[in-house]
Design a protein around this ligand. Sequence first.
Ligand code: IPM
Ligand code: MN
Length: 359
Amino acid sequence: MYKIAVMPGDGTGPEVTVEAVKVLKTAADKFGFKIDLTEFDFGGERYKRTGETLPDSALEELRQFDAILLGAIGHPDVAPGILEKGILLKARFALDQYINLRPVKLFPGVETPLKDKGPDEIDYVVVRENTGDLYTGTGGFTMKGTPQEVAVQSAVYNRFQVDRCLKYAFEYAKKHGKKARGKGEENTLALCGKTNVLTYVYDLWERAFNEMGAAEYPDIRRDYYHVDATCMWMVKNPEWFDVIVTGNMFGDIITDLGAITQGGMGIAAGGNINPEGVSMFEPIGGSAPKYTGQGVINPLAAICSAQMMLDTLGEEKAAAAIEQAVTYVTGSKLKSLAAGRMGYSTAEVGDLVAEKVAE
Ligand code: IPM
Ligand code: MN
């Protein structure tokens, strides 16, 4: 029995979350586990009504769950930053979800903007550190409002944060690397940094990476790329990548690039993972207000988030079945991943995946 907190959120979040839950329930029946869902209404509407984003009392409640399934956060009437900081980043930090796991996987039948690349080439994972870096809010203004105004925002990392993230990434590469998934090549972990300019922060990352790799993971090949070059190779030679590990800010940026190469926000999923605590899974696209309530938005990113949630909870067979079902649906059913052009409604796509999982 898994206790799952569901936060459908704003815009199209609720419609895609319904489909993710549909698939979860089907998988639970099929694979013999139970899920107990509790819904929370945090998001823009509640903020407008009560001024609350994610209160501390709610965080205490969320700690009692096995995982959190999030729809989307973002409301056209709420200034940018309030809900992101107040809900999404607050949960990530308070629950110490120190890994942001973002697969970049092109499913069959899905169009990619990369010429001559297909599902064999676009198939890797980014492990983004999720608690440090420019996201810590370390910095400030002096002389604000004057012509001499100074603004500072620091990239902050300590060895503990770097080590625990690297540990996760090496373990992930060991378990799910290319060789482990039958691709016949070495399991590889690539560090994405900027050691030529960020000579403190990425020096720390690089030393920790090489020390841990040499001492504990001699069988995992280690590559290093500067972040700018990473962007170039993600477009030109995505097949070079297996598992990429990087800091919070670079991870944020390169995973949007990764998402567009795998077909866009309709399919990109992410997990905010605390391996020792409560993790939160979300489609990485936004709340798409203009499509709200029309039943045209693609629920696959939400369904893939639920799939990652089951995988993280240890329901690996159920997770694999959902992945296969999504593969089937993109490969032989959907005309496109784009809202309104799928050839099916949001609910029908959920049904297609659920029916396949049930088979
Ligand atoms: C993401 C988003 C968030 C981030 C924003 C909404 C705060 O871009 O999940 O990638 O920067 O982490
Ligand atoms: Mn982002």
